[in-house]
Design a protein. Structure first.
Length: 93
């Protein structure tokens, strides 16, 4: 957890699993902003050029405001690929 310049704001980072799933814990009644991004490593344009080499290193979703209650619906955050960019292939491990 890292403090920002404003002591009322705190930031935390977590990674998603292979399917893009993640979980968060929050305090009931608290308000949070959830933001997602993905690194463009291994993403290629339709012409075969690495997206990273074009200067685009991350793709970002719009932040989502979450007010925590006793029961919350699952969040769905979608980060669309730019036009002409292919989904990266899985690494052969």
């Amino acid at each position: 957890m890292e403090n920002s310049k404003d002591d009322d704001q705190k930031y935390d980072w977590m990674s998603a699993d292979e399917k893009g799933h993640f979980s968060l814990q929050g305090f009931e009644g608290a308000e949070y902003w959830v933001h997602a991004s993905v690194n463009t490593s291994r993403m290629k344009t339709s012409s075969g050029k690495d997206l990273w080499d074009t200067g685009t290193h991350d793709l970002n979703a719009k932040p989502i405001n979450v007010n925590v209650s006793k029961t919350n619906e699952p969040l769905r955050i979608v980060i669309p690929l730019p036009q002409g960019v292919e989904k990266p292939k899985k690494r052969p491990f």
